[in-house]
Design a protein around this ligand. Structure first.
Ligand code: ADP
Length: 218
């Protein structure tokens, strides 16, 4: 049975960071739809060109495009034994499509983790966030350049204050219902994302072990 994980959480909750750590520890691919879209924009391919304007405004990219991107990504060999999804699903339609994909894969249930952080803390974190121009990773606090590749740091294009507020509104409207869609499942877990990153990672690890134990007896 595969380990199929979804990291949920508002923008700035730290789900990308935690998804990356967990994926590395468990030898699974981290599939971040935000990163995939930003790569597409850098490469100036049609998906990227289409997505850029919406992302710049803090709006969601359309469901059909996102579902196709994820469907294709999940067929690659590295995702055969599971995955850590970050940024998908963001709408109930995406969640329903993912369930259909999971039925086709027939490789264990989804484990859903919601990383919760109060709104005022989210706004503060996003205002401070810097990412690397070259490799796209989040910079360490107060770093002058990227600790991963030495690249220059910049504010992410959608982290300015107006766009942040729009993203949080979109999150409440479109993505919170996804949590309700998953909430009753035995493999749904909540983690307190206000704690230091190491502590969040530790709790997540325990939760995932617990949820996989529970999942085996489904
Ligand atoms: P964050 O969670 O920090 O807001 P992401 O990097 O996950 O940021 O996503 C950035 C932007 O990419 C979103 O605001 C949205 O425009 C687009 N996006 C990413 N994933 C999806 C998705 N599953 N559905 C629709 N749009 C998406």
């Amino acid at each position: 049975m595969g380990l199929n994980l979804i990291m949920m959480g508002a923008p700035g909750a730290g789900k990308g960071t935690q998804a990356g750590r967990l994926a590395q520890e468990r030898g699974l691919p981290k599939i971040s739809t935000g990163d995939m879209l930003r790569d597409a924009i850098r490469e100036q391919n049609p998906v990227g060109l289409e997505a850029k304007a919406r992302m710049d405004r803090g709006e969601l990219v359309d469901d059909a495009t996102m579902i196709e991107i994820v469907r294709e990504r999940l067929t690659r060999p590295d995702a055969k034994c599971g995955f850590v999804l970050d940024g998908f699903p963001r709408t109930v339609a995406q969640a329903e499509a993912l369930d259909a994909i999971m039925r086709e894969r027939n490789n264990g249930p989804l484990i859903i983790v919601d990383v919760q952080v109060p709104q005022q803390e989210l706004v503060r974190r996003l205002a401070m966030r810097r990412i690397c121009v070259k490799c796209g990773v989040n910079a360490m606090p107060n770093a002058a350049s990227c600790t991963n590749c030495g690249g220059e740091l910049e504010q992410r294009m959608d982290d300015n204050q107006d766009v942040v507020l729009e993203r949080l509104t979109v999150y409440q409207r479109a993505t919170r219902p996804v949590l309700d869609y998953y909430r009753e499942r035995p493999t749904f877990r909540v983690v307190n994302g206000s704690q230091p990153p190491d502590r969040v990672a530790q709790e997540l690890d325990t939760m995932v072990n617990d949820a996989t134990g529970g999942a085996k007896s489904l």
